[in-house]
Design a protein around this ligand. Structure first.
Ligand SMILES: [Zn+2]
Length: 124
């Protein structure tokens, strides 16, 4: 899960409204995720958050069959999702038996205790 700090606060705030966002660089137009202080393409510092559709494709995945710590309920799929806008997210994809490389996915939101929401994906 992305830590909540001054660089990522706006991203987390958008999840309270169930909006998935990525950073866009004003200098070169590059989109990136997760939020960082600088543009990975040009080093620019003028980054803003823009909404994305929340759709993409499973680029790769693994099925976790053993809980890494209490609170996890295996089996579940952890996948790299390539958003249609380009950036990639590491996330859960459900239902795990249906996950395949190349599967189309759509974001869903898992509520957290403090009002934020965690983006997860479902196969469509
Ligand atoms: Zn840039």
């Amino acid at each position: 899960m992305i830590p909540c700090d001054e660089t990522t606060l706006g991203w987390w705030d958008a999840t309270r409204e169930r909006r998935l966002t990525v950073q866009r660089c004003a200098a070169c137009g590059h989109h990136q995720h997760y939020p960082r202080p600088v543009c990975l393409a040009c080093g620019g510092l003028q980054l803003s958050l823009v909404d994305v559709a929340g759709t993409g494709v499973v680029e790769t995945f693994t099925v976790v069959r053993r809980a890494p710590s209490p609170g996890f309920e295996p089996p579940y799929a952890v996948a790299v999702v390539a958003l249609d806008e380009g950036p990639r997210l590491l996330s859960n994809v459900e239902p795990w038996p249906d996950v395949t490389i190349g599967a189309r996915v759509q974001v869903r939101w898992r509520p957290l205790d403090d009002g934020r929401n965690l983006p997860v994906f479902v196969v469509v």
